[in-house]
Ligand binder design. Structure first.
Ligand SMILES: Nc1ncnc2c1ncn2[C@@H]1O[C@H](COP(=O)(O)OP(=O)(O)OP(=O)(O)O)[C@@H](O)[C@H]1O
Ligand SMILES: [Mg+2]
Length: 336
């Protein structure tokens, strides 16, 4: 018997780890700070706190890029540190369920298994689960019996658009437009309109606060460096201008949803039409996005109530409930 089972959603921004014994999810930034090229200086949320503020000899990076593992050594280190923290130092074998994107190569898919195997956490069974199916289960959709479910997960670096049917994936597309790209667009807009350079975190906070500011009718206040004088300044910017600047990014997501719908077999389209689109992922909460998609395809959009953790809540159910066991399989394709 393994001592515990973990369900891991390796996001490009946040790593979410479901711990079966504790029956809870721990969320940490998927980030590592390395000092003088070798020393692990900080990781997770504390590495994120230093991001954009650290001196040159401390390099802070995301080991995942575009949804796949870019820096395997640091990703292994992070998995080990996070899982060991959950195990409170007990060196006992564990089972691990890891969520993987569908639209990646065989080598990239295998890399997720290898990562867990090689991260020194004494992983016994390593099971893979398609991320979109975990999303569906997490959102309480009957993915085992439904014929035609469209799930759109807008995360940090990736948006995954998938059509599910009868417990499997019919089509899935992974695209690199999500929260981080929205923030880049906002930074460019602020630079253009106000001659002001702002950091990634400032842009992200501004985007997250858009909804509240819009409700209260206030302008956003941003801090950054004036391009002309080079001095730190505070400026106000209209929320409408920021909101409008994101239309092109939203359109890219919309176009991929449309292309996916065009490729969907007609029998499944009928179900999608009846039930609407399921929207999840942290950045799906960005103001106007759900409405933009709904208007663009003329379908109802069901907004997830747990956008940050729909994948990990799905993994939790797959781990706990026998009815979902067939959604998890090992590298040879066998379920438990
Ligand atoms: N309230 C909010 N409003 C808008 N965006 C939000 C909100 N909360 C979080 N986000 C955004 O969600 C994104 C992170 O979401 P999530 O944790 O789903 O990504 P991830 O799983 O790490 O990335 P990926 O799935 O692309 O690998 C960030 O871009 C963050 O700015
Ligand atoms: Mg994600």
């Amino acid at each position: 018997m393994s001592a515990n089972t973990f369900g891991i959603d390796l996001g490009t921004s946040n790593i979410k780890i479901y711990d079966k014994n504790a029956d809870g999810v721990v969320i940490e930034k998927n980030m590592i700070a390395v000092k003088n090229k070798t020393e692990i200086f900080a990781y997770g949320n504390s590495a994120y706190d230093m991001y954009e503020k650290a001196p040159g000899n401390i390099k802070i990076t995301y080991p995942l890029s575009g949804g796949v593992i870019a820096d395997i050594n640091h990703m292994e280190t992070l998995v080990r540190l996070f899982v060991n923290a959950q195990m409170k130092g007990q060196p006992k074998p564990v089972d691990v369920y890891v969520a993987i994107p569908h639209d990646v190569t065989e080598v990239e898919r295998k890399a997720f298994r290898d990562l867990i195997r090689d991260s020194n956490i004494r992983a016994r069974d390593i099971m893979l689960v398609e991320k979109a199916l975990a999303d569906g289960v997490g959102m309480d959709i009957d993915v085992m019996n439904s014929q035609g479910v469209l799930v759109v997960d807008v995360g940090f670096e990736t948006t995954e658009i998938s059509v599910l049917s009868l417990g499997g994936i019919v089509i899935s597309k992974l695209m690199k437009v999500a929260g981080r790209k929205f923030d880049d667009t906002i930074r460019n807009k602020v630079r253009q309109e106000l001659s002001l350079i702002i950091g990634e975190k400032t842009a992200e906070n501004l985007r997250i606060s858009l909804r509240d500011l819009d409700k209260s009718g206030e302008e956003a206040v941003v801090y950054g460096r004036d391009i002309v004088t080079g001095l730190p300044v505070e400026r106000k910017i209209s929320t409408g201008m920021i909101d409008r600047s994101l239309v092109d990014d939203f359109d890219q997501i919309l176009d991929t949803i449309k292309a996916t719908l065009e490729r969907t077999p007609p029998e499944l389209s009928a179900d999608i039409y009846k039930h609407g689109i399921y929207l999840t992922g942290g950045a799906s909460q960005t103001m106007s996005l759900a409405q933009h998609i709904s208007d663009g395809v003329n379908l109802n959009v069901n907004v997830s109530e747990i956008p940050d953790v729909s994948v990990s809540m799905g993994l939790a159910k797959i781990i706990r409930e026998k009815a979902f066991r067939s959604l998890a399989y090992d590298i040879d394709g066998n379920s438990k």
